[in-house]
Design a protein around this ligand. Structure first.
Ligand SMILES: [Zn+2]
Length: 214
């Protein structure tokens, strides 16, 4: 396929040069732009999490790429986002000492329509790179209103707190868990997922997201 259709830069969509070093997925110009404009260097605070990190700011070309990834079947973008997240987690391995990676679940209907859970693909790719187990620990409760339809922070928090349940009977027995999310907006969704993981017996819970809204 790639012989007929040249690969395109994940961020600007321009065709990539035929021979790129190390399987790069973005062009040199966009790589420079990521370093200058999109690299998230701020600390992130999530209620109930022992730490949180995201390699990218959710804006401009990164936000557009994330939308294509989530809503337009650009499933292969997972590789690029996951590579950013892997580097972020690799820098924290000593501090976080993760034992298991999991992800924010999506509803069954959404999963069926989209064909994949965007956070699950990211979690699996990160886990594979770092040789960590990836397990589905959480499930989405049915009939919970979409988080994006909740306008006020209070509504978002209340809605999010009902959104998740343990996916199985597994006890986490004090394990250190990394929860993978796609985008952190207010942090209400991640906080709700962290609370359930704690109830399941997680010793420490960390949040790793591809991007955060500033
Ligand atoms: Zn580009």
């Amino acid at each position: 396929m790639s012989l007929i259709f040249p690969r395109r830069c994940v961020l600007c969509g321009e065709p990539m040069p035929l021979f790129v070093k190390g399987g790069a997925m973005i062009c040199d110009e966009c790589a420079a732009r990521v370093r200058q404009h999109y690299r998230c260097t701020e600390g992130i605070c999530i209620d109930g999490a022992d730490g949180a990190a995201a390699p990218l700011f959710y804006r401009g070309a990164v936000a557009e790429a994330m939308k294509r990834y989530k809503f337009s079947h650009y499933q292969h973008y997972a590789d690029w986002f996951a590579a950013q997240m892997t580097a972020e987690l690799a820098a924290r391995l000593e501090d976080w000492q993760p034992e298991v990676i999991t992800y924010v679940p999506i509803g069954m209907m959404r999963r069926y329509q989209r064909g994949y859970n965007q956070s699950e693909l990211l979690a699996r790719a990160v886990a594979e790179q770092l040789k960590l187990p990836c397990r589905p620990l959480l499930s989405k409760r049915m009939f919970v209103t979409m988080q994006s339809q909740q306008k006020s922070p209070v509504q978002r928090r209340r809605n999010a707190s009902r959104a998740f349940a343990p996916a199985n009977q597994d006890a986490l027995n004090g394990k250190r868990v990394v929860l993978v999310d796609d985008v952190i907006t207010t942090g209400a969704t991640a906080a709700a997922a962290c609370a359930v993981l704690r109830d399941m017996g997680a010793g420490r819970v960390y949040v790793l997201s591809a991007a955060r809204v500033r």
